[in-house]
Design a protein around this ligand. Structure first.
Ligand SMILES: *Cc1c(COP(=O)(O)O)cnc(C)c1O
Length: 412
């Protein structure tokens, strides 16, 4: 059966809000409009109660205590608060001086981690950006080797948003606790899809976001450990002292209610959804690499999220490929929005060549992805690649058995 087009395979960019989440939110736009910080009347209490329910739902999803949840506007803000807040709190020298402390991150983090780290670098902190292996994974050994006596913070994402690879977070967390270094993880792609327990996995600070887990956009949370050890943060946003002084500003009650509901639904449905999506992802990758020669799945074969497939195709040009599959909403390894056509820095960090990085597709499945859609997408991609290759002189040479990499190109 033909699916409804276009197919949405860009769930790593954002997800559709679950109708059950929308339903839970609706009253908080209208009759239940109170300010959660209004302590003197029923409207305020109603708002506060709703926020506290959401705090419990969010905490339950990651094995935290509700008191350890700070609501934010999303993962970008959570990452900024965690990284800048911890760096400023645990700095070894005052502002304006060098040698304020050492931070460990990875080169293929999301920009919402890289950019705060780069700002801190300009402000007197030292930052080591670890390179992953060819499998895309950051191991605890890599972090251990980068540790210094003045290391104050480690920030390593749980799972990568472009390739879905899973870093050694529990082991990195254990290492950090042993060395008494604060550990933050950007878990935006991980939480809600995979079982998470901040106690078992030794996490001190954890960011996640509503719109990646079938909740609304513009709301997220930061987990801040309260005991063993108690983590303190310098606030980034000053104001009314909301959220234990760590994040001032009137609470987005409606968004927070939706976020809480989204967390609850993920907790209930994760196990089933994980298996279903893993089967679909394996079919997608398996068929594409079986039917198309010179196609590769990027990132570790097994240690990957169930829903993200990142596949590169040789002898096709990235932009033409995207045009050729325009009924599939997905992402490519080319940042074609920028003036200069830069290949993905994530794929480059794995050692994927520029050509293969440009011609990659990130296909990210979600709660409403179906097998019909996967089957349709496989046919469409195979057809598009075959068509583009009929126009590629390089592919002709390849078929004749000539090793392209050994050709000496002559400039005319
Ligand atoms: C989407 C995403 C972010 C940004 O989250 P927002 O809530 O949109 O600010 C940060 N990190 C990762 C890994 C993401 O996938």
């Amino acid at each position: 059966m033909a699916p409804k087009l276009p197919i949405y395979f860009d769930n790593a960019a954002t997800t559709r809000c679950d109708p059950r989440v929308v339903e839970a939110m609706l009253p908080y736009f209208s009759e239940k409009f109170g300010n959660a910080a209004s302590r003197n009347h029923r409207f305020g209490w109603e708002g506060e109660e709703a926020v506290e329910v959401a705090r419990e739902q969010a905490a339950a999803l990651i094995g935290a205590n509700p008191k350890e949840i700070i609501f934010t506007s999303g993962s970008t803000e959570s990452n900024n608060l965690a990284i800048k807040g911890a760096a400023l709190m645990y700095a070894k020298a005052p502002a304006g001086q060098q040698g304020r402390g050492h931070i460990i991150a990875a080169v293929h983090e999301h920009k919402a981690v890289l950019d705060p780290c780069k700002r801190l670098q300009r402000e007197g902190f030292d930052v080591t950006f670890l390179e992953p292996g060819a499998d895309g994974i950051i191991t605890a050994d890599m972090v251990a080797a980068a540790m210094r006596p003045d290391t104050i913070l480690v920030t390593i994402m749980w799972a990568n948003n472009e390739i879905g690879t899973i870093n050694e977070v529990p082991q990195i967390g254990a290492l950090c606790h042993e060395r008494e270094v604060v550990f933050h993880t950007d878990a935006t792609q991980w939480v809600g899809k995979m079982p998470t327990d901040v106690e078992r996995d030794h996490v001190d600070l954890l960011s996640w976001s509503g719109h990646k887990i079938y909740g609304p956009k513009g709301v997220g949370a930061l987990y801040v450990r309260r005991r063993k050890p108690r983590i303190r943060l310098e606030a980034i946003m000053d104001g009314g002292g909301h959220e234990r002084g760590m994040r001032s500003g009137t609470m987005n009650v409606t968004g927070i209610v939706g976020f809480g509901k989204a967390c609850e639904l993920c907790a209930q449905e994760m196990e089933h959804e994980r298996e279903r999506l893993l089967k679909l992802r394996r079919k997608l990758e398996g068929e594409l690499t079986r039917r198309i020669e010179v196609a590769q799945v990027n990132g570790h074969a097994e240690k990957r999220l169930p829903n993200i497939a990142n596949v590169s195709f040789g002898f096709v040009e990235g932009e033409s490929l995207m045009m050729g599959v325009k009924d599939i909403a997905c992402s490519s390894g080319s940042a074609c929005t920028s003036a200069s056509l830069e290949p993905s820095y994530v794929l480059k960090s794995l050692g994927v060549g520029d050509e293969m990085a440009h011609s990659s597709l990130r296909l990210s499945l979600g709660r409403w992805s179906t097998e019909e859609e996967v089957d349709w997408a496989i046919e469409a991609i195979v057809k598009a690649v075959e068509h583009l290759r009929t126009m590629s002189p390089l592919y002709d040479l390849h078929k004749e058995g000539i090793d392209i990499s050994k050709i000496q190109w002559q400039a005319h």
